[in-house]
Design a protein around this ligand. Structure first.
Ligand code: ADP
Ligand code: MG
Length: 375
């Protein structure tokens, strides 16, 4: 990958794909870790007198959705940079505005995913984005596992470089988990079961134990005929989950906390139960396994941590991962946000959830491959 250090950006309009997919609460940024993570790249470009055009997505909108506009993100970035950040409520057809930027100025364009073409890696859409600038920089490790227009097709149209965050993530993750010290434990939770369940197969080969929490646990439990009530699960992945369970390395919760806050054995969930967290016994069992590990990788909260008391399982796992004597690596937007208030230390914190999983699995990430080998 060519670094942004290798190009003269003075007076050039530089399009920077960042991953500002941050949690919002009451229309404010609830956790700014991902914004902070790209400050080095943005500050560098400002200092080098580029005109900085930031591109990001937020959430999974279907068309233009007011609650997923990037204005609160622009405000947060402005306070972190201590400098005006312009905001344009669109990302297409805004060339005349971008042309008025002065050297060292920053603008954040509107949520890329308001256009369905973004996720389709649409070339025409990518070309329209590319027409806004002279140089493209990918600093969005968290979306580099997706062949989307703003991380993939756009590199067809502009000289393309890696930002500092992208470089740092690739270096850290390649180094940390190349030859993991054993026991190597992987902890998986979160909500994007469909996206993430696929990687478990390869982690079963690489790791010594794979601990499952979050919504993902219910797909596994249901696959072997446990009652999971109204808990979230992935109907298409039941038989796949059942086949993975042939590996004794996959460890499932023994108890859960359900929506009415009761703790139930996984054998005693009812048709009306909704599982929101791993139970206290599971938290103890998982913590013991994690603490003995020499390498831990964790992605995905163990429960609906945003709502108390369903944050307890996640907090217990976070403390155990942090207490592990070997390398502790965590990743994912919500995972970072969940541990944010706990003031714990980890060997490495990745901004990417799905991206770090696929990277560690050994897959070529489309957004990184195009920077290395071209499109
Ligand atoms: P990350 O961003 O760290 O990669 P995900 O986006 O996959 O993680 O998942 C985070 C989300 O998972 C959180 O919003 C959390 O509320 C949700 N979640 C965790 N456990 C459950 C559950 N049992 N039921 C529903 N949602 C859950
Ligand atoms: Mg998330």
């Amino acid at each position: 990958m060519r670094s942004i250090k290798e190009v003269n950006v003075r007076g050039k309009t530089v399009l920077v794909r960042v991953d500002f997919n941050v949690p919002l609460k009451n229309n404010r940024v609830a956790d700014d870790s991902r914004i902070r993570a790209s400050l080095a790249t943005i500050r560098f470009l400002i200092k080098k007198k580029a005109k900085v055009v930031l591109l990001s997505h937020l959430g999974r909108p279907d068309g233009f959705v007011d609650s997923l506009r990037l204005l609160p993100v622009a405000k947060k970035l402005e306070s972190l940079l201590g400098k005006t950040v312009h905001y344009i409520p669109d990302c297409i057809g805004v060339n005349s505005f971008v042309e008025k930027l002065n050297q060292g100025e920053v603008v954040l364009l509107e949520n890329l995913r308001f256009y369905s073409e973004e996720e389709k890696d649409d070339k025409v859409f990518a070309e329209k984005l590319a027409s806004l600038g002279d140089i493209y920089v990918n600093d969005a490790f968290g979306v580099s596992h997706r062949a989307h227009a703003s991380v993939h097709a756009i590199t067809d149209f502009l000289p393309s470089f890696a930002g500092f965050l992208l470089q740092k993530e690739v270096k850290a993750l390649s180094g940390l988990l190349k030859n993991p010290l054993r026991p190597f434990v992987v902890v998986l939770g979160g909500a994007k079961v469909g996206d993430k369940i696929g990687v478990i197969g390869s982690f079963v080969k690489k790791a010594d134990a794979v601990l499952i929490g979050g919504a993902m646990m219910f797909t596994f439990l249901k696959s072997v005929k446990f009652e999971i009530g109204k808990s979230l699960f992935e109907p298409d992945r039941l038989s796949f989950a059942a086949s993975l369970l042939k590996s004794k390395k996959i460890i499932l919760p023994v108890d859960v906390v359900v929506k009415d806050r009761r703790v139930l054995s996984v054998r005693h969930m009812k048709k009306s139960s909704v599982g929101f967290d791993i139970g206290p016994l599971t938290a103890i069992i998982y913590s013991e396994i994690i603490k003995k590990a020499k390498t831990v990788f964790w992605n995905g909260p163990m429960g609906v941590f945003e709502v108390k008391p369903f944050d307890k399982g996640t907090a217990a796992v976070a403390r155990a991962v942090s207490a592990c004597s070997g390398a502790s690596v965590i990743g994912g937007g919500d995972t970072i946000s969940a541990v944010g208030k706990l003031h714990l230390k980890f060997t490495y914190v990745s901004t990417g959830g799905g991206a770090s999983l696929e990277f560690l699995e050994g897959k070529k990430l489309p957004g990184i491959a195009v920077l290395k080998y071209g499109n």
